[in-house]
Design a protein around this ligand. Structure first.
Ligand code: K7E
Ligand code: CUA
Length: 675
């Protein structure tokens, strides 16, 4: 490789093992582990103006969001708000999106996301949607990948801790959610120590292939264990879903010891094709349940909430053959199905091996009735009858496994801080690479699908002590990128992440890059308070409610002088960004507004609710630097004392009109963007 100035500088910064760094830091006698050397920089360097090869979608963990990164550069491109309010674009603050965060518990402005899951067709990511779960108040969400926006959120009733979620079937017919915490179902006041008698789990199958129409297809009532993760079968095992469970001890206190006693817990193998038959035969019971479905109306782009009142509940006792338990050591966490659909890999957090079950043997064990016992009508298959093999001495704390499509599996080892590569079928460990430190999930693009895209593995690490400049008592979380194209994994890059990513998924950028919308069509904007031109703006009083319709365009608001508002009115500013040009946004902020601000994508209407508390003159202005005259993009609203009679009126000042003329000439001269 020819040595350019850039590679030299990057090399010096990153590669402590090279001479330059050794001289500069000659007091350091030992080489710090985990420093990259060689040609790693050139493998992740995406030159200015060039695009990354993959989009990676990472859960934000406790921030309740999704963040989007380019790979291999590790550059963060966007944060998509899902279950938490987001000050960057007003999600959950403006009137149009507030309903998305409604639940039967009320308005919830913060949740915890865990698993990003791309929609699939024929078992491979298809680039239509990304699903993600809200873990605390169980919900699932759909993100549209032409707009990078959350379009739909469904609350999951009869559940607590929606952790085993939202894994998809190979055709995205269903996504799932299972209870991490068992609770009384229906929930009611009982003694906590009546756990064994009263607490249950549920598994929810959610219809997912129709945007705006997510719903609970059916729930399955399960023994009161903790259901942790899931993955769908594929190929020969399509029609089945596999969920891990721990706490088969049914502990309700000090789980760290009390739920770690049994040598084996279970993977629940659910025949959802069978469930469909049982539901069709009327074997599911109508189970009164309140839950909310929130979705964005496509035309008005206003979110709506509807409350649903019933689910279909299946009891395994009423549907023989619906669920089987596969004994699995020891408090298993991840469950992952290899690309062929034959192998079901469990990550037993406390296990000394990685157990792999065989789908063929599972079918045979069922046919042979190789049952150990039965729990609440669920047959427990014999471990030896379903086991394909065990990966011996893999390391400590196996959590999650992804696949490269070339016959290898990659398992994250939380305790021994490494990725372990092993061969499917022979179960031999062929490579290991350290992570810095305490890897949780790992991700290979397409790595849980029928045809992984491969090339890279990304480790999502919990601890980063000594990897980054320190930032007070809390340090950044981080991801690490590995080249997996050769026999040996090679660490290429560390990059900081937002929140605490659990799972992530990635797809080739080419699949969705050219499908991105550039603006929302004003013509199709069906918000009832849209103003498509200055002539449609205005102000209207109705009792104490005042609606102001405003347009924003480079570089003014119209109207920009607003009169007739009184102290204590409830004012709704409906601001329409009438730009029809890619990435030309405007903001709207008003002094003293308790409900934050607005950010407006081109063509969209957003509404800010404002209750002025005292008389005076209040300026409002644009918060997104939209043009050379952005600083001129402002206005005033006059607030009179309650009961005074200043007539409502709204004007666009002559100044604004002259700004407009100036803007047009600037644009004509500089960018040629305007027609
Ligand atoms: Cu392992 Cu929520 Cu998938 Cu975290 S979970 S790591
Ligand atoms: Cu519009 Cu700044």
């Amino acid at each position: 490789m020819p040595i350019s100035r850039t590679t030299l500088i990057r090399g010096a910064t990153i590669a402590g093992a090279v001479g330059i760094a050794a001289v500069a830091f000659s007091c350091r006698t030992t080489v710090k582990p985990g420093l990259v050397t060689g040609d790693a920089p050139s493998k992740v360097y995406v030159a200015p103006g060039q695009y990354d090869e993959f989009y990676a979608f990472m859960s934000g963990g406790f921030n309740g969001q999704v963040s989007v990164y380019g790979l291999p550069s590790g550059r963060m491109l966007k944060l998509i708000p899902v279950f938490s309010q987001h000050a960057e674009n007003g999600w959950g603050y403006n009137e149009e999106t507030k309903p998305m965060l409604q639940t039967t518990h009320g308005f919830i402005p913060w949740d915890d996301t865990h698993h990003a899951e791309l929609s699939q067709t024929n078992g491979v990511p298809d680039g239509r949607w990304l699903f993600i779960n809200g873990n605390n108040t169980p919900r699932v969400a759909r993100i549209d990948l032409t707009r990078f926006e959350t379009d739909e959120i469904l609350e999951i009733p009869n559940a607590a801790g929606g952790h085993a979620s939202p894994f998809t079937t190979p055709d995205s017919k269903y996504i799932v959610s299972a209870t991490r915490f068992s609770v009384p179902i229906p929930n009611k006041d009982v003694a906590i120590d009546s756990y064994a008698k009263n607490f249950r789990g549920t598994m929810s199958f959610i219809t997912a292939d129709q945007p705006g129409k997510m719903d609970i297809a059916f729930q399955i009532l399960m023994p009161g264990f903790n259901y942790d993760l899931g993955h769908a079968g594929k190929g020969p095992s399509q029609g089945w879903f596999f969920f891990t469970s721990y706490n088969s001890e049914q502990a309700f206190t000090k789980l760290e010891s009390n739920a770690s006693k049994n040598d084996k817990d279970f993977i629940a193998a659910v025949n959802y094709a069978k469930a469909e038959t049982c539901v069709a035969e009327g074997k599911a019971k109508a189970f009164p349940s309140q839950y909310m479905h929130n979705y964005v109306d496509e035309k008005s782009r206003i979110a709506k909430s509807e409350t649903k009142t019933s689910v279909k509940m299946l009891d395994p006792n009423d549907c023989p053959g619906l669920v089987y338990y596969l004994p699995t050591p020891k408090s298993p966490h991840g469950v992952d199905v290899d690309p062929t659909g034959e192998y079901i890999v469990a990550g037993g957090k406390l296990a000394s091996v990685i157990p792999v079950h065989s789908f063929k043997k599972l079918e045979k064990a069922i046919a042979d009735k190789a049952f150990e016992t039965t729990i609440d009508g669920i047959p427990v298959l014999k471990y030896d009858a379903v086991l394909a093999g065990e990966v011996q001495k893999p390391g400590l704390g196996p959590l999650h496994t992804e696949f490269d499509g070339k016959g290898y599996a990659y398992t994250s080892m939380f305790i021994s801080s490494e990725i372990v590569k092993w061969k499917l079928g022979t179960w031999e460990v062929v490579d290991r690479a350290p992570t810095y430190y305490s890897v949780g999930h790992l991700m290979i693009p397409g790595g849980d699908s029928k045809s992984p895209f491969g090339k890279y593995a990304v480790a999502m690490n919990k601890i980063t002590k000594d990897r980054y400049l320190p930032t007070g008592a809390e340090l950044t979380q981080s991801a690490q990128l590995y080249d997996i194209s050769g026999d040996k994994m090679k660490l290429l890059l560390d990059f900081p992440t937002i929140g605490e990513p659990h799972y992530a998924q990635a797809l080739p950028a080419a699949m969705i890059r050219d499908k991105q919308i550039k603006f929302f069509s004003l013509k199709d904007n069906a918000n009832p308070f849209v103003a498509r031109a200055e002539s449609e703006t205005g102000i209207q009083r109705n009792g104490k409610r005042v609606d102001v319709k405003v347009i924003a365009i480079r570089s003014h608001f119209a109207p920009d002088n607003i009169n007739g508002v009184q102290q204590g009115d409830t004012v709704f500013f409906h601001v329409t960004n009438i730009e029809q040009d890619w990435d030309i946004l405007h903001g709207f902020a008003i002094l003293g507004a308790e409900n934050a601000e607005l950010i407006l994508q081109p063509g969209e209407t957003r509404t800010l609710k404002w209750i002025p508390k005292s008389p005076g003159i209040y300026p409002f202005y644009c918060t997104d630097f939209c043009s050379a005259l952005h600083q001129e993009m402002q206005g005033y609203i006059r607030v009179a004392p309650r009961g005074t009679t200043v007539a409502v009126s709204a004007t666009t000042s002559a100044k604004a009109q002259s700004q407009m003329a100036r803007l047009e000439s600037i644009h004509a001269g500089h960018t040629g963007e305007r027609k």
